[in-house]
Ligand binder design. Sequence first.
Ligand SMILES: [Zn+2]
Ligand SMILES: [Zn+2]
Length: 157
Amino acid sequence: MALIDRLIKDYPELTFISDASFRWSPANQQISYNARASGKTSDWALLHEVAHALLSHNHFSSDFSLVRQEVDAWAKARILAAKYNQEIASDYIEDCLDSYRNWLYRRSSCPRCTSASLQIDNSASYLCHNCNFSWQVSRERFCRPYRRTSKTTQPIT
Ligand SMILES: [Zn+2]
Ligand SMILES: [Zn+2]
């Protein structure tokens, strides 16, 4: 049985819909998946989104907490994967997390003095404790680049 069919059976509380990308939508408890994508990495992406759902990742208060949720979701995805006789490659997880860490680094570096800065909770603002510069970042949800192979990247939101 395909992984998606097993997940649909095992998690009746979640809704799975075929879409262009892999995504967890907390508002309607819905997991989108790309039915045309195949292979191990699409199974891993699917398990990762289910992990977000099972961990009730419904909200994040800062960029840092978003990255924290990604780390937690991959840890949970690895446990889930074992249940379905799969093993998610550590390199793959690290690549995914690196793209989040780089994103966080870019957003949190002070544009004036480049110091690593802290985000003001529940806001789209950062404040530099070195030079007191404050700046806004986009509230747009991070677009996750999942690496399919070592060469090509596929943007998945
Ligand atoms: Zn995620
Ligand atoms: Zn600064």
